[in-house]
Design a protein around this ligand. Structure first.
Ligand code: ADP
Ligand code: MG
Length: 328
C-alpha cells in the first residue's frame, strides 16, 4: 500500500532488536492527517516496541521517523509538543489526586496555572471522573486509572495521540467510554495512532489498519478495502455432538451454493454469499441423526480477514467490543 501523501506520521524501515529477537523488523507506516490508524496484532507482535520508538521512549536500531515535518530519527524528543502518549502502563503519580495529576501533566507542557486547572476540571468531567477528582490515583480502579492516563495525555490538546492498547485489561464500561471519547476526538480533528489486539475494536474505530505479526506488517490498508473480500458474505457455525457423520459430498450436493469447512472435530463452518437459512441445514443434519448443539449465524467481518491473512486464530485475539455490532 503506497504511503499517504498527507502523512503526519511517516515511518520507514524501522528496526528494533533485543538480542536475537527482532521485536520490530523493518516496518513502514504512513498515517494521514486526521486519520485513525490501528496497529493490530497478537501479544508479542512488536506493538509496544514500535509505539515506544514513535513516541521517543525507545531508540530505533535502524529506520526513520517523521512526525509533522520533524525528523525524530536524530532527536527522538523533538516532536513531544505535538503528541499525546498513553503507554500500556500508567505513567501517573499514585500519591497525587486525579486533579493534581492532570494539573501536573499540564504544567509539564507549560500550561499556565489557570488554564491547566480549567482544563483538568473539564477533562475530569468528560471522562466521568468528577467524583474522584480529590481522591488519590492509587485508590482508583483499573478502568478509572486508564481514563485518567488518557485525560492527562490530552491536557495540552495535542494534534496527534498515540495509545498503546487503551482498553486492555479494564472493565467494559470504561472501555466503552474510552472508545466513544477516542471516536469523538478523532471526529474533532485529532490524528490517532492506536495499538490493539482486539480485532473488533480496530474494525469499529480505525479507518486504516496494519496487521503486525512477529515484528512485520503483513497487511496495511484502509478498512473498507480490507473488508472488501468479506462484504456481504455470511457464515454459519454449527456445533454438533459426536462429530458430523454426513459426508461432505452429500452436504455439497444438497446445498450447492454453500462452502463447507470442518473447523474442529465437532464444528462445521458454512459460508455463503447470501443470508443463510440455518433451519434448513439443521433439519438436514438432524434427519441424518447428527445432533446439532448450536447453530450461530453471522456476517463475515475483519476477524475473518485477519485470520485469512495472518493464519492466527481469533481465539488468541479475544476480548474487545462486547456490545452489538456497528461502527463507533
Ligand atoms: N525490553 C525487552 N527486552 C527483551 N525483549 C523484549 C523487550 N521488550 C520486548 N521484547 C520482546 O519483543 C517482542 C515484541 O514485544 P512487544 O513490543 O512488547 O509486543 P506487543 O506489544 O505487540 O505485545 C516480544 O518477543 C518481546 O518478548
Ligand atoms: Mg504491548
Amino acid at each position: 500500500m503506497a504511503p499517504a501523501d498527507d502523512a503526519v506520521i511517516r515511518v520507514r524501515g524501522l528496526v528494533k532488536r533485543f538480542g536475537d529477537v527482532h521485536a520490530v523488523d523493518g516496518i513502514d507506516v504512513a498515517v494521514s492527517e486526521g486519520g485513525f490508524f490501528g496497529f493490530l496484532g497478537p501479544n508479542g507482535a512488536g506493538k509496544t516496541t514500535a509505539i515506544s520508538m514513535l513516541t521517543g521512549l525507545a531508540r530505533p536500531d535502524a529506520g526513520s521517523i517523521e512526525i509533522g515535518s520533524i525528523d525524530c530519527s536524530r532527536n527522538p524528543k523533538a516532536a513531544q509538543h505535538l503528541i499525546g502518549v498513553v503507554p500500556d502502563e500508567s505513567n501517573l503519580y499514585p500519591e497525587l489526586t486525579g486533579f493534581e495529576n492532570l494539573c501536573f501533566s499540564g504544567a509539564l507542557y507549560g500550561l499556565r496555572k489557570k488554564v491547566r486547572q480549567r482544563k483538568a476540571e473539564e477533562l475530569l468531567d468528560l471522562f466521568g471522573l468528577e467524583g474522584a477528582a480529590e481522591r488519590k490515583f492509587s485508590g482508583y480502579s483499573k478502568g478509572m486509572k486508564r481514563r485518567l492516563v488518557i485525560a492527562a495525555s490530552i491536557m495540552h490538546e495535542p494534534p496527534l495521540l498515540f495509545l498503546d492498547e487503551p482498553t486492555s485489561g479494564i472493565d467494559v464500561e470504561s472501555s466503552r467510554m474510552i472508545r466513544s471519547l477516542l471516536a469523538a476526538l478523532n471526529r474533532n480533528g485529532t490524528t490517532i495512532f492506536l495499538t490493539t489486539h482486539f480485532i473488533d475494536e480496530a474494525e469499529r474505530l480505525c479507518d486504516r489498519i496494519a496487521f503486525i505479526v512477529n515484528g512485520k506488517i503483513v497487511r496495511d490498508d484502509r478498512l473498507e478495502r480490507l473488508l472488501q473480500p468479506v462484504q456481504g458474505r455470511y457464515a454459519l457455525t454449527v456445533t454438533v455432538s459426536g462429530g458430523c457423520v454426513v459426508p461432505y459430498t452429500d452436504l455439497q450436493q444438497a446445498f450447492p451454493g454453500l462452502v463447507f469447512h470442518e473447523t474442529a472435530e465437532n464444528e462445521l463452518r458454512i459460508e455463503s454469499s447470501k443470508p443463510l437459512k440455518a433451519g434448513l441445514l439443521v433439519r438436514f443434519l438432524e434427519d441424518r441423526c447428527v445432533e446439532v448443539v448450536e447453530a450461530r449465524k453471522r456476517q463475515l467481518s475483519l476477524e475473518d480477514v485477519f485470520v485469512e491473512v495472518t493464519g492466527i486464530g481469533s481465539s488468541s485475539m479475544t476480548g474487545g467490543v462486547k456490545e452489538g455490532r456497528g461502527r463507533r
